[in-house]
Design a protein around this ligand. Structure first.
Ligand code: X8Z
Ligand code: ZN
Length: 598
């Protein structure tokens, strides 16, 4: 850690030297020199930090956490240096009106600096260490549960938790495993509160109202604009969501032999947070179709799909350096259990961290992660300045990932791969219902619960003794879900969600991403003259070219302009609702005479 900080100090001294040599330089030459220096230095320090973070996430050990702290501190010292901030401010005041690329770089550099302003070096140092330790607690957490009737606590992996929630019909077993899945929140609560205070202090130092406002700036939006957008979105989706909710609670009550509840008990649902509801529709179990496929096949297929569209070829190093498969339950090595994609050096060393098993959920996730990887490969090129080698907004990255995962719900693609259940009519509305139970129900979770709770947590400094109460208020309001029994403040159920800890204050990006995905998908289907619910884009280079126009730009363009140029329309929930339009009739029939809403 010491070496790295000294190193960053040296770099800053050199940098000041570089910039002071040209007193007579014009403003734009000075900006060019600054950006050249910044981008080159950022790239090197970013790589060191990424390498250390990769090691810390794939092999959780105190020495790897320590190494990450050192590397992150070096990057933070550079990125947040007061000299960088001042230089940026000055240069921004003199950027010629048409020089969008320079302006966008300077603005990005300012936002990055606000994560770790050097005017508060001790707070930055504390944050860097706290982030690394929170990730280590999260990634290394060992879940334990007690099977009903047993008095022995046993270790249980995250994949096993998810499998049981997907398949078990024994309510006592479901309750035990759901409760076990919430234990990590207890371990993470204190660290999360500490991090909230540190993140807020740094963002406020740079003039933002909170850390939430700083992340909102990456979307080019203010907090009130975002809040209004999310509320509108949730309202637009609400009528369809209420129909799905009514259908699901009856279906689940029947499955468990219980009366139909007003709110769905959280442990009845097939996902730890009720964020998607797979496996509720009978006769559509695709997992059995994966029985004779290997985990590697799933990832290879996701790569093959993107390459069939003409997206950049995934390098051999991806296979050598990624960490893709589940570890055995008794493995001494511990690794992060949440899927992610990494652009290590911002020039082609792309990797993914997953825990793939051959089942439908991982099939979709593998396609999602490869979507990120194709986006990296598309914008990692000399024409895109290093600091703009990222999504046009954080949501756009998720949107490209989701777009590359769209074929996994399209019958022609599944048929092509021999994964479509024999005898099932591709037009069967139950298939569309199943997709809606995964996709539509996600919106109230992401744009409702997560967006609102994180807003209150950061922007309103939600007190430590109100975290869980506020969480469940939003879960009821937006999702119509209730905890199995009252949950006190000794728990911190929000903190069980990975992103709350290590991808903070912007989970709503996934809601934006889902909308963008449907907007692009409906447009593409129309252009290609295909039924949007039965598309077959495999091997269609025009689809790749369409996506590459967005992908190759990285963050050199505003995300709203890119969407408008691609589809002729602004972002809205309309295309998603159009996609599911055929379901309305079906759901109204199914729910006829039954209460809808809660
Ligand atoms: O975190 C993810 C990806 C990695 S970026 C697997 N997703 C969100 C989640 O799991 O909560 C994908 C959709 C929602
Ligand atoms: Zn993603």
């Amino acid at each position: 850690m010491q070496t790295r900080l000294a190193c960053a100090g040296l770099i800053l001294a050199m940098m000041a030297g570089v910039m002071n040599t040209g007193g007579a330089e014009t403003a734009s030459a000075r900006a060019r020199a600054f950006l050249e220096f910044y981008n080159a230095t950022y790239q090197r320090l970013y790589l060191v930090a990424q390498e250390a973070q990769w090691l810390a996430a794939t092999d959780v050990r105190p020495e790897h956490t320590g190494r990450r702290v050192g590397a992150d501190a070096a990057l933070a010292a550079f990125v947040g240096s007061p000299w960088v901030v001042e230089e940026c401010r000055e240069l921004l005041s003199s950027v010629p009106a048409g020089d969008d690329l320079v302006r966008r770089q300077l603005e990005m550099i300012q936002r990055l600096a606000a994560e770790c302003p050097g005017t508060l070096p001790d707070v930055v140092k504390e944050r860097v260490a706290a982030e690394a330790h929170q990730s280590a607690t999260l990634d290394g957490f060992e879940f334990r549960w007690r099977r009903p009737g047993s008095d022995r606590a046993e270790r249980i992996t995250v994949n096993q938790i998810d499998d049981l929630l997907l398949t078990s019909t024994n309510l006592a077993e479901r309750l035990a495993v759901w409760e076990a899945s919430k234990e990590s929140g207890v371990a993470l609560k204190e660290g999360l509160l500490r991090l909230r205070d540190l993140r807020n202090r740094l963002a406020r130092e740079m003039g933002y109202s909170s850390y939430y406002a700083l992340r909102a700036a990456h979307f080019g939006m203010t907090v009130p604009e975002l809040r209004a957008f999310h509320e509108r979105l949730v309202q637009e989706i609400r009528p369809l969501y209420e129909q799905l909710h009514a259908w699901a609670r009856r279906r689940l009550a029947q499955r468990y032999g219980q009366p139909v509840p007003r709110l769905i008990p959280a442990h009845w649902l097939p996902n730890r947070w009720g964020q998607e509801w797979p496996g509720l529709v009978e006769g559509l179990d695709l997992d059995s179709c994966f029985r004779d496929r290997s985990a590697e096949w799933l990832v290879r297929q996701a790569v093959a799909y993107g390459e069939s569209l003409g997206l950049p070829k995934v390098p051999e190093s991806f296979w050598e350096l990624s960490d893709l498969y589940e570890l055995p339950a008794d493995s001494p090595r511990k690794k992060n259990t949440h899927a992610s994609a990494w652009d290590m050096d911002l020039q082609g060393d792309v990797r993914s961290l997953m825990n793939v098993k051959p089942n439908f959920a991982w099939f979709a996730t593998a396609h999602h992660e490869m979507g990120h990887v194709f986006y990296f490969l598309a914008y990692d090129r000399p024409e895109v300045p290093v600091v703009l080698r990222r999504g046009a907004s954080p949501a756009m990255h998720e949107a490209m990932a989701e777009t590359l995962a769209t074929p996994t719900v399209q019958p022609p693609y599944l048929k092509r791969l021999g994964l479509w259940p024999e005898g099932l009519d591709p037009q069967d509305l139950r298939w569309l219902l199943q997709a809606a139970l995964e996709q539509v129900v996600f919106i109230p979770w992401a744009a409702g619960v997560m967006a609102s709770w994180e807003h209150d947590f950061y922007e309103l400094d939600l007190p430590a003794d109100q975290l869980n109460r506020r969480w469940w208020e939003y879960v009821e309001k937006y999702q119509g879900i209730a905890p199995p029994a009252p949950r006190g403040e000794e728990y911190c159920d929000a903190a069980t969600k990975t992103h709350i800890n290590d991808d903070p204050a912007e989970y709503y990006k996934y809601a934006h991403a889902f909308l963008i995905k449907y907007q692009l998908h409906m447009h593409l289907a129309r252009e290609l003259g295909q039924d949007p619910r039965q598309t077959d884009f495999y091997g269609r280079p025009e689809v790749g070219r369409f996506l590459l126009r967005i992908m190759r730009a990285g963050a050199t363009r505003d995300w709203r302009d890119l969407i408008r140029e691609a589809t002729g329309q602004d972002l809205s929930a309309r295309p998603m609702l159009d996609y599911y339009a055929p379901l309305w009739e079906f759901l109204r029939r199914e729910n006829a005479g039954q209460p809808v809403g809660w």
